[in-house]
Write a protein that binds this ligand. Sequence first.
Ligand SMILES: N[C@@H](CCC(=O)N[C@@H](CS)C(=O)NCC(=O)O)C(=O)O
Length: 201
Amino acid sequence: MKLYVNKTSPYARKLLVLLREKGQAGSRVEAVQTDPWTSPGDLLAANPASKVPALETDEGWSMGESWAIAEYLDEILPGPRLLPPAGPARWRELRLAALAQAMTDAAFSAAIEGRRPDGERSPGWVARQTAAVERTAAALEAQLELLTAGFGLGALSVGVALDYVAFRHPGVPWRDAAPGLAAWHSEVVRRPSFQATDPRG
Ligand SMILES: N[C@@H](CCC(=O)N[C@@H](CS)C(=O)NCC(=O)O)C(=O)O
């Protein structure tokens, strides 16, 4: 299987962390570095939207979207299950993973907007997205007990989302309203799976 990734993509990092947490890095899944912004042919064949991550399976079919790929890899690969197959435990993971995806989408959108040339950039848009990041951090702070209950797909996704915000938006003061979350973030990034996939490295 091929997994198209990019070193700074938080969506791709989620899957690279997942593979390590399952003890499956470098096994059946080959991580292929690519630049989605140049729309290379092999990435387009795997994901017509030219976004990473994208998975090309051994059976010859492909799929984009980090959340769908995470579920597939978690189900078919050996190692600890990060997303329970059904029931309240599954929904607990998905609730956290959804907040993490919302935070990542807002932070990514603000980062892209901030890179537009002068005259094309919308400060109002950046402010709206960074406000969404801060509100999502506050919402996570309010359910810290869910986050600290274990380390499944939810906590994994939140850890990657927070570290992307720390990486791309060091000036966004999300920690002010979320001191417990900030402490949790500084712990989670010590995991070997996070250290090995640090976009700054
Ligand atoms: N919803 C997608 C988002 C993927 C995404 O936006 N990836 C970015 C890199 S961080 C990308 O490839 N962007 C290229 C483009 O938009 O053309 C997911 O969860 O996988």
